[in-house]
Design a protein around this ligand. Sequence first.
Ligand code: GRG
Length: 304
Amino acid sequence: MNGAVREFDLEAFLAEQGPAVEGALERALVALLPTLPEPLRGPLRHGVMSGGKRLRPILCVAAYEACGGEVSDAAYDLAVSLELIHAYSLMHDDLPCMDDADLRRGTPTPHSIFGEAETAKAALVLIPAASSQAWTACLALGRDEAVAGQVVLELNRAAGSGGMVGGQVLDLFGEDQVLTAEELDELHRRKTGALLTCSLVVGALAAGAGEHTLDTLERYARAIGLAFQVADDVLDATASAGDLGKNPSDAALGKSTYVSLHGLEEAGRRAEELVEEARQALGDAGVHAPALQALASYVVNRKR
Ligand code: GRG
């Protein structure tokens, strides 16, 4: 572990990010909810405001700062566009036609409180809302329309069939099958990795980063994206529902995981290797980003 990581107070950093992210999510909802019929407001608010680590906006803001951006409300407004996509994905993922989960983040899932139909509809509202939010925030940060357009494109690519939706399809079709190691990597690069990677790319683009820095952050992001998923599989296999805030489900759904394919010990080793790879990417390129260095470890050492 290098000195920068040792000295960086991640707990204080996360404690500071929390209210800023929640505030930006609240601003987004205040604009969005009045445009919707009443029955969609409950599931939407619950899906967006039920907690969570807020990792994607935190990574986005950390990348923005690492690339010289000055943090402001607009930076958080941009960052939460990623969380809006993430929130929709979780609302849909938990529906009976997908992973059929009643519990997430230690609380009942939106459809188990508000019903499937209203939850499915409310979640869809978040997809265009995220694009509008990203566009407006980029312009507010002083970027031109070309950069704002690039940001919206990256967001939609990451969320789409080449990214998160495509990964989810592979996940659903992979149930009760033994995937190869390559197939599992590809599934998670898309399902989880694409949006995590996009979080850093969007933050960097909004700060006006050049190609070299963008490449570096992408290398970092791809490594932590996979590390995040390996850690997720380890947690699903080892932690209790109380600790996870949701019911472990991989085995029950017959999913191939890093643990089922490689075993617990090897999965843990792989996660650590990926964290090192992420840190190395920053170090090699001379990107000074203590928050990102520390977040790489957090991704695998988190408890839920
Ligand atoms: C199949 C057409 C079609 C669409 C599906 C539902 C969906 C679109 C995609 C879901 C993909 C998905 C659930 C990805 C996220 C996986 C994951 C590891 C979520 C947990 O993320 P955390 O740990 O959660 O960051 P918190 O609660 O901290 O926000």
